[in-house]
Ligand binder design. Sequence first.
Ligand SMILES: NC(=O)C1=CN([C@@H]2O[C@H](COP(=O)(O)OP(=O)(O)OC[C@H]3O[C@@H](n4cnc5c(N)ncnc54)[C@H](OP(=O)(O)O)[C@@H]3O)[C@@H](O)[C@H]2O)C=CC1
Ligand SMILES: CCCCCC/C=C/C(=O)O
Length: 500
Amino acid sequence: MAESNGNSETQFQIPKIKFTKLFINGEFVDSVSGNTFETIDPRNEEVIARISEGDKEDVDLAVKAAREAFDDGPWPRLSPSERRRIMLKFADLIVENAEEIAALDAMDAGKLFAPVKNMDIPAAAEVIRYYAGAADKIHGTTLKMSCELQGYTLLEPIGVVGHIIPWNFPTQMFVMKVGPALAAGCTMIVKPAEQTPLSALYYAQLAKQAGVPDGVINVVTGFGSTAGAALCSHMDVDKISFTGSTEVGRLVMQAAALSNLKPVSLELGGKSPFIVFDDVDVDKVAPLALVGILYNKGEICVAGSRLFIQEGIYDKFVKKLEEMAKTWVVGDPFDPNSHQGPQVDKKQYERVLSYIEHGKREGAKLLTGGNALDRKGYFIEPTIFIDVEDDMTIAKEEIFGPVLAVMKFKTVEEVIKRANCTNYGLAAGVMTNDLNIANTVSRSIRAGVIWINCYFAFDPDCPYGGYKCSGFERDLGMEGLHKYLQVKSVATPIYNSPWL
Ligand SMILES: NC(=O)C1=CN([C@@H]2O[C@H](COP(=O)(O)OP(=O)(O)OC[C@H]3O[C@@H](n4cnc5c(N)ncnc54)[C@H](OP(=O)(O)O)[C@@H]3O)[C@@H](O)[C@H]2O)C=CC1
Ligand SMILES: CCCCCC/C=C/C(=O)O
């Protein structure tokens, strides 16, 4: 591993933080309690800003605004083409402000500034455009009734949606949840993670500038156990769309069940297998495997955190991983030379380091890394454990950090069994030139997303989400839109029709 100490401030002027209050009914407002909380820069552990701390009373106000905007406001009643026009304007504004938003996510979440500015934010605008394009293509079906009835379905917006989002992709999470809900004609309350409130507030005002009416998008910053919980148990919220830990996903479902039985969608954790067969070109696939775990410092639910390598290329592959990890640069996310910034906060940093200690204690062999960087901020070395056993903690639990568990396998049947031996089922990578193996493995793995000879192949049209304890329902694609719609069946008698 190499360390960057580039002076980022000379390369980019950090913007002033403009928005720190709750966004309710089209206005930035203080929380009812007047309380605030600190958002911390993981590069240096310093306070970036104090943010209004919303709790139950603020959630009540935000839900009231969203309820009125849904029941009586213009958004659900606008022509779909008008909704599309406003959403396209919103997407343009996102791109125009990419540099400032990227800086907010880099400061708040420790994400790499340049790729966020040049790729993630334009891609986020594309997600909004994708759903803008869907707004006027939402329609039900004509039914083939079995007697003299005419029947059809209508797809209606589900109503007021609560989006609870995590800190690892503040921008992508915002657009993946808000984009389809807007296209469907819903109104909403977004509860960003306490670690990363800045860009969500920025997006809310851009949406207003684009013409999204007041009350349609509300943002309540604050804590999960108060603001998030209040949203989940609110009687006037019609749907919760949640991304985060499996543990909190359970609480979300419980709260929904105990209140108004609102439907929930859950996108939760993972322990995804990245499977490499003997026939691949090691020089091509090893970089992909490394990025599969180190991208976004391992803070991604679909990280390829269990690397299964077939025995014939195991030694060569491991050697290549080691060489590459040595040139991987950890440092300031504003430094263009950095490949990896700091973990999001102290809690995650300590959590990842404690998993590394588990790995060492349980006898996995440390190939690279294994330590924090000796500097301020939450920086951790890219850490690769080899000869890992399936029952070791680092092979079973989601670490959400730059820690890879490498395992050897012999046969197709064996690796399918071992890859499926997890409570999670989010994603998997299958690397082979053998079409039959690719087909067999991709159909056998119990996960919501399979990438063959690629990894992190996200696309607005490609739904993603989990099997098993990784959750249910999907983000992105048309499935990501349909979760904000409900089906109404309409039937009426017909008389003297020439046919049914
Ligand atoms: N699937 C994914 O993409 C993610 C998975 N994770 C996994 O979860 C682990 C822990 O991360 P953590 O930040 O604690 O994740 P959480 O699941 O706690 O946080 C996700 C979101 O849920 C909110 N939340 C927390 N408690 C409640 C509640 N009782 N009711 C409603 N909302 C709530 C959080 O609010 P707040 O942050 O303000 O408390 C945040 O907005 C990670 O190490 C990783 O393994 C984490 C993030 C994303
Ligand atoms: C269109 C790009 C979407 C990227 C989303 C990545 C999120 C992963 C996660 O849930 O951790």
